[in-house]
Design a protein around this ligand. Structure first.
Ligand code: AMP
Ligand code: MG
Length: 317
């Protein structure tokens, strides 16, 4: 059966599907999520099957409001409170000790749970209407670029989801920052648009211990074409060389003008702009039949750190 593609006014219907155990894809400010009631073991397992996601890669639980934290978290330490006050609703996910009744499917078998309150009117309306904590990873097939439009969700998951709530393109474009807040200071497990600078976390960190953040172990964000990050100064020569060798070359650039013959897949103004278009560009490059997509690098500071992390992963063969 094909999924229902619903307009924003159909939030109540989408919420009913969620509470009845169905799978609902919905927009957040970061990327589209594939949601299920976090307390329905069978529904959560269906998320893993639908995505082809390894069972040990836990899901982020989405709440309508910070007041709902006690529904999934055993304790909320002072550091978590501080970050909640500063960044929620927003693209910051907190790892906390889980309540014993959170299904192990949701937590990937860990004793902790990752939680956030998204800052998107449709996501908020859906979560408020459903009134259940919603486990939702990105709504892509595992390994593919995360979806930033409803069309991306349909392209990857099609009939396997019950409802797709279409809220247009996502504003941020890269996933939330994941931070373990159980210790004295925040530990960044995954880079995102809430930056290390904002969190006051050391800039020389590696992006977290892969054992602590299971998702960072896996290959991610990979389109079928080759992805080649390039410093701005080298980009014109790189593109010219690839064009001379034959094959279709695509570009994603800001300041640089690529040699004619290259397909301009996307343009951006700054690191936040690249974050907003990167995943769409990876999919558009595939659709345009590009063999190699050359992407202009940005400085690895602020949100640029998360963008460069995703770009490097997309480029890993
Ligand atoms: P996704 O929803 O696809 O963006 O992936 C969620 C990310 O959050 C993955 O990298 C997970 O490994 C990470 N995550 C979710 N729950 C936990 C947890 N309890 N502890 C550490 N990392 C987590
Ligand atoms: Mg994902």
């Amino acid at each position: 059966m094909s999924p229902e593609v619903l307009r924003p006014d159909a939030v109540a219907r989408a919420a009913a599907v969620l509470t009845a155990g169905g799978l609902v894809a919905f927009p957040t400010e970061t990327v589209y999520g594939l949601g299920a009631d976090a307390f329905r073991d069978g529904s959560v397992r269906r998320i893993f099957r639908t995505k082809g996601r390894p069972a040990d890669n836990p899901l982020i639980v989405h709440l309508a409001d910070a007041d709902d934290l006690p529904r999934v978290a055993a304790t909320v330490p002072a550091l978590a409170r501080e970050l909640v006050d500063a960044y929620w609703p927003g693209p910051l996910t907190l790892v906390l000790d889980a309540r014993d009744d959170v299904p192990s499917a949701t937590t990937g078998g860990l004793r902790t749970v990752a939680v956030r309150v998204p800052d998107h009117p449709l996501a908020q309306a859906l979560l408020a209407a459903a009134d259940v904590p919603v486990a939702a990873p990105s709504a892509n097939r595992s390994g593919r670029p995360s979806p930033t439009t409803a069309q991306h969700v349909l392209a990857d998951l099609g009939d396997a989801v019950d409802v797709v709530l279409d809220g247009g393109p996502c504003r941020v474009g890269v996933e939330s920052t994941v931070v373990d807040v159980r210790g004295p200071s925040p530990v960044v497990l995954r880079e995102g648009s809430v930056t290390r600078e904002q969190l006051g976390v050391a800039l020389d960190g590696t992006g977290g211990d892969p054992a602590a953040s299971p998702g960072t172990r896996y290959r991610h964000y990979a389109p079928t074409c080759r992805v080649l990050p390039s410093p701005p100064g080298e980009l014109p020569d790189t593109v010219a060389r690839l064009l001379a060798a034959g094959g279709a070359v695509g570009t994603v650039t800001s300041t640089v003008t690529a040699p004619s013959g290259a397909v301009v897949v996307a343009r951006f103004d700054d690191a936040a702009g690249l974050a907003a278009v990167l995943y769409r560009a990876l999919r558009d490059a595939e659709d345009a039949g590009v063999d190699v997509l050359v992407v202009e690098e940005v400085a690895g500071t602020g949100v640029g750190r998360a963008v460069m992390d995703r770009l490097r992963r997309a480029a890993t063969p």
